[in-house]
Structure formats: structure tokens, C-alpha cells
Design a binder for this molecule. Structure first.
Ligand code: SAM
Length: 213
């Protein structure tokens, strides 16, 4: 079966299972070829709904987890978004398409090699509204704050305080909190105060760094 057909089938399944709920997220999943964000030997498994190895002991997240996070972020045009944990660049690409060209995604990765590969992957997918940064994202990315949306794609021991500071009023922050087995926590910021909601269990590689493990 062609990659395109596999992609359509995956999207149908993610919709039926309730992970994809909006047209915006559905269209982004259909537009971005997950196979192009994977090392060659992983490409045959591109449309299995599972995390896959991308090198340096790191993974591209399972499509259903990308969908859960995209929907929880309530994406729309004009947003300034920060991703902590670029990995392959796939999740950033989905968000970039979902929020459109008038918006921007900043994504930060601690492994320079993964960041460079992600940049190439994003270029290949003709994504022009993502900037890849190298560094410790547990400290946030102050130069481009405040952010409408921030999401972390690695498991943190607790919510990193700089991320709350860099979040805009009425913004949404998503952080998996725990040691590999974690709770996906959504933080809403209103009138300077934060409200925290658990969105359920998940598994992520650890966030490493000053506010990580
Ligand atoms: N979003 C990615 C994708 O679409 O492929 C998957 C990310 S992977 C599950 C988690 C990533 O977070 C890894 O690439 C890891 O190196 C990175 N990471 C862990 N701690 C970090 C930190 N403090 N700053 C930046 N990146 C970090």
C-alpha cells in the first residue's frame, strides 16, 4: 500500500478513536509525510501508531500522542508556539501547518545532530514557519517569548517554572510530568494565575537539563 494511502488510513483511525477532532489537525496530519521524518530503516513502520527510534536513544512520538497534544493546545492562526524537544521535527511540522503561515513555531532540541536532521526534514516538507534552536529547553527560550502555546515532548520531574513565565496571558502549556510514565498536565494561565488539569497517562523519554532530570 502507498504511504499516502497508509497516511489516510491512519488519519481515519485517529478520527474514529477520537484523537483527531478538528479539521485543522486532520488536514495537517494528511499534509505531513511521517516517513520523511524517520531514519531509512524505520520508514516501513511510519504509519504504525507507535513511537519509533530516531537515534541518540530518542523517539518520534506515536501519532495518537501528537494528535492528543495538538487538540489540547486549541490551535489557531497567528499563534507564537514553543516546542521543547524537537526530535525529528515531525510534531513541529504538524503544528506549523495547523496554525498556518502567519504563525510561528520555535522548537528547541538538546542534541545538535537531531536538531540539524530536523531542520533538513522540515525543509524537505516545505515548512517555512519553524525555527529550530539548539539548547536546554527546560529553561525555556526567552528571546522569543511570550508564547501563546508551549508544549514539552519529554517527561519532566515537575512543571519547569520558566515555561510558566514565558506563557502569554490566556495561554496553554502542556507538560508530561513523571518519570517515563507520566501524567499529561495542561496549564491554563488567566489573570496571572495558573490552573492545572490532568489529561491522562502517557509515556515519554526524560526531559534532561536544569529543570529536567
Ligand atoms: N517532538 C519530537 C518529534 O516530533 O519527533 C519527539 C521528541 S522526543 C519524544 C523528546 C526530545 O526531547 C528528544 O529529542 C530529546 O533529545 C529532547 N530533549 C530532552 N530534554 C531536552 C531539553 N532539556 N531541551 C531540549 N530538548 C530536550
Amino acid at each position: 500500500m502507498s504511504y499516502e494511502q497508509q497516511r489516510k488510513n491512519l488519519v481515519d483511525n485517529l478520527k474514529r478513536e477520537g484523537y483527531i477532532r478538528s479539521e485543522r489537525v486532520k488536514d495537517a496530519f494528511l499534509r505531513i509525510p511521517r516517513e520523511d521524518f524517520l531514519p531509512l530503516q524505520q520508514r516501513p513502520y511510519a504509519y504504525a501508531d507507535t513511537p519509533l527510534q530516531i537515534g541518540h536513544g530518542q523517539t518520534i512520538s506515536a501519532p495518537h500522542m501528537v494528535a492528543i497534544m495538538c487538540e489540547a493546545l486549541v490551535l489557531h492562526e497567528g499563534q507564537n508556539v514553543l516546542e521543547i524537544g524537537t526530535g525529528s521535527g515531525y510534531h513541529a511540522a504538524i503544528i506549523a501547518v495547523a496554525i498556518g503561515d502567519t504563525s510561528h513555531v520555535h522548537t528547541i532540541e538538546r542534541f545538535a545532530h537531531l536538531a540539524n536532521v530536523a531542520e533538513t526534514n522540515l525543509q524537505k516538507a516545505s515548512i517555512t514557519n519553524v525555527t529550530v534552536h539548539i539548547g536546554d529547553g527546560s529553561k525555556g527560550l526567552p528571546s522569543f517569548q511570550p508564547y501563546d502555546r508551549i508544549y514539552v515532548t519529554a517527561a519532566a520531574p515537575a512543571i519547569p517554572p520558566p515555561l510558566i513565565e514565558e506563557l502569554k496571558e490566556d495561554g496553554i502549556l502542556l507538560v508530561p510530568v513523571g518519570n517515563v510514565y507520566c501524567d499529561l498536565i495542561r496549564i491554563d494561565k488567566h489573570q496571572g494565575k495558573t490552573q492545572s488539569t490532568s489529561l491522562g497517562g502517557c509515556m515519554f523519554v526524560p526531559l534532561v537539563g536544569e529543570f529536567g532530570f
